[in-house]
Design a protein around this ligand. Structure first.
Ligand code: T3D
Length: 255
């Protein structure tokens, strides 16, 4: 069975982690397949990426059997993790994590690295690292405090409670929560909405937010101006202005 599935349908790409019997835990083979899947999506005409898990989980993080097996080249493995997470974060299209069940450790990091998180009611986040005596990695100390604030991030990382979907929504870990029975339709609808949007602008929003996280106001203003030059000369900006003048909805093509 392929550990990672890629579907390209219209302008929507879907990557599915596909080790349901192991709650989609990430072993080296799966990580390498995920890296390849991200390359495929980059080379495609997709305008949104949906990331999801098969079966009852989103992703249970690092495969602990592999980690405990003593066979792993740890240095290379961590480098591969970092490549995958950086690649995911820098994709020039919106990434929607469709969190259908538990997301733990690096699996939670995957969801937090996405731009949006749509949760089913039975989704659960667990930072998990401290439970097994590990410090957080896979970018969680970058994403988590930015979403929930410093104090809460520390608490989630240190005590590693199970955060259910309602609590995740309340603390800013989730954008939306839908009943399990409506999950697939909600994911498809949001993906379609994003795929019809101004893709370049979506990419610039992500770059600007990431930049603003580690720069001062003067630098941010300068960076925003540079990005605005790009957006201002885009086809979708011209279309947005034309649609406004003609009192009709814009038809963006992502350029
Ligand atoms: O090493 C590094 O530094 C690299 C980076 C690491 C980052 C990390 O991700 S560290 C965190 C790793 N993940 C975890 O610690 C989570 C481990 N899993 C769990 O705590 C529980 O499985 C869950 C809370 C996620 C779900 O519990 P539950 O009761 O719903 O399911 P289960 O029965 O525990 O799991 C079902 C099966 O999946 C089971 O296999 P089996 O016994 O039926 O053959 C279980 O062993 C397997 N499974 C679950 N998580 C993992 C896993 N197998 C390998 N690795 C896993 N992470």
């Amino acid at each position: 069975m392929e550990p990672v599935l890629v579907e390209l349908k219209g302008n929507v790409a879907t990557i599915t982690l596909n080790r349901p019997e192991k709650l989609n835990a990430l072993d080296s083979t799966t990580l390498r397949a995920l890296a390849k899947a991200l390359e495929r999506v980059t080379a495609s005409s997709a305008r949104v990426l949906v990331l999801r898990g098969s079966g009852r989980a989103f992703c249970a993080g690092q495969d602990l059997e592999e980690a405990g097996g003593g066979e792993l080249d740890y240095e290379a493995h961590l480098q591969l993790y970092n490549q995958v997470f950086l690649k995911l974060r820098s994709l020039p299209l919106p990434v929607l994590a469709a969190v259908n069940g538990v997301a733990a450790g690096a699996g939670m990091s995957l969801a937090l690295t996405a731009d949006l998180r749509l949760l089913s009611e039975s989704a659960v986040f667990i930072t998990a690292f401290s439970r097994i005596g590990l410090a957080p990695d896979t970018g969680m100390t970058y994403t988590l405090p930015r979403l929930v604030g410093w104090a809460r991030a520390y608490e989630l990382l240190a005590l590693s409670p199970e955060v259910n979907a309602a609590a995740a929504l309340q603390m800013g870990l989730a954008n939306r929560v839908v009943p399990d029975g409506e999950f697939d339709e909600a994911v498809a609808n949001l993906a379609a909405e994003l795929a019809a949007g101004p893709t370049l602008v979506y990419a610039l929003i992500k770059r600007a937010l990431d930049y603003s996280a580690v720069h001062d106001m003067e630098q941010v203003l300068d960076f925003e101006a540079r990005l605005q030059k790009l957006a201002g000369s885009s086809r979708d900006h011209r279309e947005g202005l034309a649609a406004f003048a003609e009192k009709r909805p814009p038809e963006f093509n992502g350029e």
